[in-house]
Write a protein that binds this ligand. Structure first.
Ligand code: ADP
Ligand code: MG
Length: 660
């Protein structure tokens, strides 16, 4: 008896090998494949064991219950063993030119008897002939392909009544050998089919030809050095035509009706389904359907890949014709008569596995979630494995598929993801930049606080005494000029220390409601405006009230304005524009000055960076501005042009701070 069960399913996925290409989903005629955890899994309950997925999976991720070990054990045991071989062997072992050598090899493996399943086909063919010629039976579907039988019992249970009530050639052969050789024999079937493994319990094990090859390989048996041998009795006749299309008809000489439309043959997963659909709709009334799930048994999933179909077909024809030319018809007929007592009848039970079709509303919902809203959104590209977008959506509703299987949808999603990633990357690098800046500022702050604290008092004393000295000495005195220089430089030191102290103290903001227009106007009074500089104020806001730290923000704005004036030694325009952007208030402070050289643009916020010469600049203005803007949770950007050939030179600082 076959050894698989639901826990040990017939066809299954080898975990990890599946690369989710959806080819098996596409090729499965019954939607028995579900993507779970990135692996295409077979739902045993829905599977008809056609083995299409095994054939098409390029990764070898689909496989089936293996009988190799069990059969090797049979051979090793004391039991007598028989191998019952399907006639399609001639299409599999094409490298062996003489079937007797092949039989010899099988005997060498250790099988005591080798018989041909096609004798069972001979018996079954007679029964089909009865049905086809019985005028009372109007329509019938052949039941010799187990995958087709599964398909009908699972998915067209209403058609079960039309299945030919006849056992398969293999089942018939199992009865024959039992009668002829007794029960104390392990009987193994070998053929091209996976579904056969689940067909019945009539054999002790069912091998595919691929498995049979494995057994030959394991035993290291080749064509050389084997003794040719004949098949064991009973010898078969035309039944050997069974595995090719129209084979059943050939084996029962039923060619008269064929062509007049009485018998319709359909093979392969597309055509057999079409034929059944038409049959169900009543278009094929009074017809006999001969259906094969594969493109003939010779294309079955238990056959090795690589041999062209026509070569296989030719080999079968050659083998059968040769066999028939030597067949003693008298002996064959007599032998068939010996088994007339075998009951070839069979009944079928519907095993409905159909899923309830989801409501239109549900399908639409899924389609919308895949961004398929209009007709031209439905690409029906089939990349997901389903024939069109709607079928995919239905499978999603049924819990068999995932939305992500839609390639265009997933690509779109990926594009969006890449965009988002780019955006957050940009944000991250901006933040990193800002962090670097604040780190610099923080360490500067600490250092400044220390130095400023230590220097402030002695400097106060120096400036006090130097200015007293300067005031007391007559300007004509020899040392007056020297004292004046000491005083000037001491004052300068005080300015720097004052800047440093400012810088160090900025760690808190004291927000107050402020009229920003008045505030900016006031800032213009904090520096000396040269005559050649014109000031312009542009206001594009309605509500001028914002929350800022007055003192700090005044320092920030005037620092920028002073820089602007200093950048326009030959005069120009200082323009301040105030406007809204969402909840932010923006200040654009621009000048028509000399601009900032490109290589300096990154450095201007670094403490002590100045281009103004040792006596003029301190390089502490912009770092201070930066700190203040950040304290207000704002942003500062700079645009500048220092090359006249690129148009008006000048610099614009854009400050954005939240209104509240
Ligand atoms: P300082 O004014 O003491 O040099 P800042 O920190 O205020 O220090 O400015 C740093 C440098 O940035 C300046 O030396 C100058 O090179 C550049 N800079 C700032 N504002 C402007 C501007 N409006 N136009 C041209 N260069 C500017
Ligand atoms: Mg400055």
């Amino acid at each position: 008896m076959c050894n698989y069960s639901n826990q040990n399913p017939l066809v299954f996925t080898i975990k990890g090998l599946c690369r989710v290409c959806y080819t098996c989903v596409r090729e499965c005629p019954v939607k028995a494949i579900k993507i779970i955890d990135g692996q295409a899994n077979i739902i045993s309950k829905r599977c008809i064991a056609c083995g299409n997925c095994v054939i098409v999976c390029s990764q070898g991720a689909k496989t089936y219950y293996s009988s190799v070990k069990k059969v090797e054990n049979f051979i090793r045991s004391k039991n007598k063993t028989m191998l019952c071989i399907a006639p399609s062997f001639a299409a599999e072992f094409t490298e062996i030119k003489n079937y007797k050598i092949f039989v010899g090899m099988l005997k060498e493996v250790g099988f005591d008897y080798i018989t041909e399943v096609s004798f069972g086909a001979d018996l079954v063919a007679e029964k089909y002939k009865d049905i086809f010629e019985n005028k009372k039976i109007k329509s019938v579907i052949t039941s010799d392909c187990p995958a087709i039988v599964n398909y009908i019992t699972h998915y067209h249970p209403d058609l079960v009544q039309f299945l030919a009530p006849i056992i398969t050639p293999a089942m018939a052969m199992a009865e024959v050998v039992k009668q002829k050789y007794g029960n104390n024999l392990k009987v193994v079937f070998a053929g091209p089919c996976i579904a056969k493994k689940a067909e019945s319990n009539c054999f002790d094990e069912n091998l595919t030809f691929i498995e049979l090859r494995k057994i030959l390989e394991n035993k290291n048996i080749s064509q050389k050095n084997v003794t040719a041998s004949e098949f064991d009795n009973p010898i078969s006749g035309k039944g050997a035509f069974f595995p090719v299309n129209h084979g059943l008809l050939k084996s029962i000489d039923k060619t008269a009706g064929f062509g007049k439309g009485e018998v319709i043959t359909a093979e392969g997963k597309v055509k057999f389904k079409e034929a059944i659909n038409e049959f169900e709709k009543g278009f094929l009334e009074n017809h006999h359907l001969e259906l094969l799930c594969c493109d003939g048994c010779i294309e079955g999933p238990g056959m090795s890949k690589g041999v062209p179909k026509l070569v296989k077909r030719m080999n079968i024809n050659k083998y059968v014709n040769n066999k028939l030319s030597k067949l003693s018809y008298e002996k064959w007929e007599k032998e068939k008569n010996d088994f007339l007592n075998i009951d070839l009848s069979r009944t079928f039970e519907p095993k409905d596995r159909r899923l309830k079709k989801p409501a239109k509303k549900e399908i639409k919902k899924i389609l919308v979630s895949m961004h398929k809203i209009q007709k031209n959104d439905m690409l029906n590209c089939g990349a997901c494995g389903y024939i069109n977008c709607e079928e995919h959506a239905i499978a999603v509703c049924e819990g068999l598929a995932e939305i992500e299987m839609c390639l265009p949808y997933t690509i779109e999603k990926l594009h969006n993801l890449v965009d988002d990633l780019n955006k957050s990357h940009k944000k991250l690098s901006d933040t990193k930049q800002a962090l670097k800046q604040s780190e610099k500022l923080a360490s500067m702050g600490q250092l400044s606080a220390g130095i400023a604290h230590e220097l402030n008092n002695p400097l106060g004393i120096i400036t006090l005494y130097s200015s007293i000295l300067k005031d007391e000495i007559d300007s004509k005195n020899d040392i007056y000029e020297d004292i004046k220089i000491i005083d000037e430089q001491a004052q300068r030191c005080k300015t720097i220390v004052g800047g440093l102290l400012n810088f160090a103290r900025k760690n808190k903001v004291n927000l107050k409601e402020t009229n920003i227009i008045d505030f900016v106007k006031h800032s213009f009074k904090s520096f000396v405006k040269p005559d050649n500089v014109e000031i312009k104020l542009v206001v594009e806001i309605e509500n001028p009230i914002v929350q800022i730290d007055n003192e700090q923000m005044m320092q920030a704005i005037t620092n920028i304005e002073k820089n602007a004036v200093e950048a326009m030694p030959k005069g120009g325009i200082l323009k301040v524009k105030i406007f809204n952007e969402k909840n932010n208030i923006i200040f654009e402070i621009s000048d028509t000055g000399i601009g900032i050289a490109e290589e300096n643009r990154e450095k201007i916020f670094t403490p002590f960076f100045t281009t103004k010469g040792a006596n003029k600049g301190t390089g502490l203005g912009l770092p201070l501005v930066y700190g203040i803007i950040k304290m207000h949770k704002g942003k500062i950007n700079v645009k500048s042009n220092n090359k006249p050939e690129n148009g008006q030179t000048g610099t614009t600082f854009i400050i954005s701070i939240p209104r509240n």
